[in-house]
Design a binder for this molecule. Structure first.
Ligand SMILES: Nc1ncnc2c1ncn2[C@@H]1O[C@H](COP(=O)(O)OP(=O)(O)OP(=O)(O)O)[C@@H](O)[C@H]1O
Length: 271
């Protein structure tokens, strides 16, 4: 059988140096993501989700180091690459979507111009070809009137629209891996649903492997095939999303699920 694994993280340890000494941000973390699969990482603030993402991208802060373990993308060990090779992998094979799309765009350039600049990094497109491809990407994100969106500046779009544009842009180069770090956290519930639908479409239509990080277990439940529950830098539980969320084995997972039910209950009372 052909190995469909895109990302293979094994026994990863990340340490952070501070005035108080060395702290373990991530310990003994292992997981795999296959083509077209969505893996969710859920856990409270500070449990090591962002550090994990940044280590895959090779963008850890200066005070943080991978001290153990391997990160393989399509079989190639990323920790063994030179800075130049790492930048090349990041440009060609991995895309990143962050919490606040506004910070990811240049406020002085139209969306269309930003698509053209990104697409020209990867392909020898004419301006017209790049714009055609950009329109397809926006249509895939279910954005109506993509032609108009391409003429607009980031500040002219709502947070939810901009996040979908960001995801469309991130997928425009057909990356092997998409890392989405809290992609819905800054959005209201309506826009959150639009963005979750965008992830459902990615799953249905592309081979991109997705690492979806959220502190919100409902987001993971909505789109992830499998899930890792993290606490204080360690995995406390992992498995298929259905199994873990319907039959949580660990007290911490139960607490996260209870918190979700409590929030939903108080939300209903407030309506
Ligand atoms: N730039 C940094 N310098 C030093 N320590 C950091 C830095 N960023 C994060 N840390 C520490 O590393 C640990 C893991 O943080 P990380 O940001 O990965 O958590 P997280 O789960 O993504 O949390 P959040 O959801 O709040 O972003 C925490 O103890 C945090 O205090």
């Amino acid at each position: 059988m052909i190995d469909q694994t895109v990302l293979d993280v094994e026994r990863l340890r990340i340490e952070v140096a501070s005035e108080r000494g060395i702290a373990q941000a991530v310990q003994d973390l292992s997981f795999k993501i296959s083509k077209g699969q969505v893996l969710g990482i859920v856990g409270e603030s500070g449990c090591g989700k962002s550090m994990t993402c940044m280590s895959i991208l090779g963008l850890l802060p200066a005070s943080a180091y991978v001290t153990q373990g391997s990160i393989r993308l399509n079989g190639a060990e990323l920790n063994a690459l030179s800075l130049r090779e790492r930048n090349c992998v990041r440009r060609e094979q991995i895309s990143l979507v962050l919490q606040n799309p506004m910070t990811a765009f240049n406020p002085l350039m139209t969306i269309g111009r930003q698509f053209i600049e990104t697409l020209k990094l990867h392909r020898s497109y004419s301006r017209k070809q790049a714009l055609m491809h950009a329109m397809e990407c926006l249509a895939e994100m279910n954005l109506s009137e993509p032609e108009q969106v391409l003429r607009q500046y980031p500040y002219e779009l709502s947070g939810g629209m901009l996040q979908r544009v960001m995801i469309g842009l991130a997928l425009s180069n057909k990356p092997d891996l998409l890392i989405a770090d809290e992609p819905t956290t800054a959005l209201d519930s309506r826009n959150r649903e639009h963005v979750l639908n965008a992830f459902r479409r990615i799953k249905a239509a592309s081979e991109t492997a997705v690492l979806l990080v959220s502190h919100d277990i409902e987001v993971i439940e909505a789109v992830a095939d499998s899930v890792i529950v993290m606490k204080q830098g360690k995995i406390v539980e992992s498995g298929s999303t259905v199994d873990v969320l319907t039959r949580p084995a660990h007290e911490y997972t139960k607490l996260l699920l209870d918190a979700r039910l409590t929030t939903a209950h108080s939300g209903n009372k407030n309506r």
